[in-house]
Ligand binder design. Structure first.
Ligand code: F6P
Length: 461
């Protein structure tokens, strides 16, 4: 069997004897078989980084990483990927800070990645690159003579041509994506937006999921990511005995728990969610003292201005809500920037009466799926879900809200708190069946099958 080579900006090198932790590592677990190579950034900055990757072997998988110089990392991560591309791909043009030098730096780091990886590639390898830090990697690998199957998956949303065109290098970015044999997206809407961009900006001919460009055929399709729901549900059931989860449960004193868990990112709609909670307490005083809202929100990307401002804004909103509604023995909003282990989160989801997942835009949002998987069947909680999260395409039995409307979120919270148990059970049964039907393994299999079916034709064309 051909070797699989995964490429991503961050590489989750496992610690000895510790199971792989969250994110991409969990999603790709089925591909982490002996022989697989995972390549990317080491997470370290160096004054004069070596071009040769450092190698770590764990359970037969080789993790190959390179250090980056501080200015290269700044241009790639802070400047272009998160300062320009991320806001555009989340429909936030006003937050885009495009600088030509960042774009050139982004290209240069992708070039470094390609050159360093190229030395390790065999002719029959299958390469699967991930996410918006690495759009040009496939084209650069091709330029360096790699002829094997090349796939790319975008974990964040994609946008229609009218939005993408705001970024001055829109054409280059779409052309870069077209250099892959298969490009995967979280939803059909994102895949269609990409195909529209390729048609409009490059003149590609679109035929269903296929695109014809310069005599080559590539596939751009939706491959929604799933979770290992059975394992997560088991983890959640066990985690109610976790000390921290028990302490939280005890501290509720019978009150309902509304829970939100997000990286601190402006795409997550946190200020609107906080405001919605304030409106719930204002418009429905009966819920006062009967609910706690716990928002777990680990700090993120604070090198970027917009992220620092968000933190200040959330501190302010927390103070305002607690100042206005707190009683001497009740604090309505608990907000923590501390990260929690996955097992603890699973336990907190399980005791949550409301799961608040209200991003303004999100590729998929696995918290929504994890909340559903974690709920008990007999007395389940209710998921309040943004219509602009990829997960809403599948989880239509959640209470679907427009996250730009704090009153709509407040209404949904009220509906969740007053929903009869029969209705909660009915919704949960359908949601659970959906979440259990999808899996991380199926996501990988679909992508690998698409790549295997597509690549020979792309070469022959
Ligand atoms: O959502 C996109 C994504 O790249 C995820 O895959 C990842 O978990 C998250 O952003 C973290 O971003 P960063 O690497 O900037 O901390």
């Amino acid at each position: 069997m051909a070797r699989i080579v995964i490429v991503s900006n961050r590489v989750p090198i496992p610690k000895a004897r510790v199971a792989v932790a969250g994110g991409l590592a969990v999603a790709l677990r089925d591909l982490l078989v002996p022989g697989t190579l995972w390549f990317g950034w080491s997470g370290r900055l160096a004054a004069d980084p070596a071009p040769q990757p450092a190698l770590v072997e764990a359970r037969g998988v080789t993790y190959a990483t390179i250090d980056l110089a501080a200015d290269a990392h700044r241009a790639l991560y802070v400047g272009f990927a998160n300062g320009a591309l991320w806001p555009v791909l989340h429909f936030r043009l006003g937050l885009m800070h495009y600088r030509r030098e960042d774009w050139l730096g982004y290209l240069a780091v992708n070039h470094t990645f390609a050159s360093s990886l190229r030395q390790m590639l065999r002719a029959d390898d299958t390469v699967w690159a991930h996410d918006y830090h690495l759009l040009p990697l496939g084209r650069l690998l091709r330029r360096q003579g790699f002829g094997g199957p090349l796939g790319f998956f975008l974990h964040v949303p994609f946008v229609p041509p009218s939005v993408l065109e705001a970024i001055p290098v829109a054409r280059e970015l779409v052309a870069d994506l077209c250099a892959y044999d298969v490009v995967g997206f979280q939803t059909e809407e994102h895949a269609r937006d990409f195909r529209d961009c390729a048609q409009r900006l490059l003149g590609a001919v679109v035929d269903g999921e296929w695109l014809w460009l310069n005599g080559r055929r590539l596939r751009a399709f939706a491959d929604p990511i799933g979770i290992d729901a059975r394992a997560f549900a088991g983890e959640a059931a066990r985690a109610v005995h976790d000390k921290l989860v028990q302490r939280v449960a005890d501290s509720l004193s019978g009150r309902a728990l509304a829970i939100g868990v997000d990286r601190m990112d402006y795409s997550k709609g946190l200020p609107n969610r906080f405001e919605a909670y304030g409106r719930l307490l204002e418009r429905h005083p009966a819920h006062r003292r009967r609910i706690h809202f716990l928002q777990i929100c680990p700090r993120s990307r604070e090198e970027v201005d917009a992220y620092r401002k968000l933190r200040v804004e959330l501190d302010r909103l927390t103070g305002r809500i607690n100042g206005r509604f707190s009683e001497f023995d009740w604090t309505p909003l608990r907000y923590s920037t501390r990260a929690a282990p996955r097992a603890t989160l699973a336990g907190l989801y399980r005791i949550g009466r409301i799961g608040l997942v209200t991003p303004l835009r999100d590729g998929m949002n696995l918290v929504a799926k994890e909340f559903v998987a974690a709920q008990p069947d007999d007395d389940p909680g209710v998921l309040v879900l943004s219509r602009f999260a990829g997960a809403a395409r599948e989880l239509s039995e959640a209470l679907i809200v427009n996250p730009f409307d704090p009153d709509a979120i407040a209404d949904a919270m009220h509906a969740a708190l007053t929903m009869p148990v029969e209705e909660r059970r009915e919704r949960q049964a359908v949601l659970k069946a959906k979440v259990f039907r999808t899996s991380a393994a199926a996501y990988c299999r679909r992508f690998m099958d698409a790549l295997a079916a597509q690549a020979p034709r792309a070469v022959a064309a």
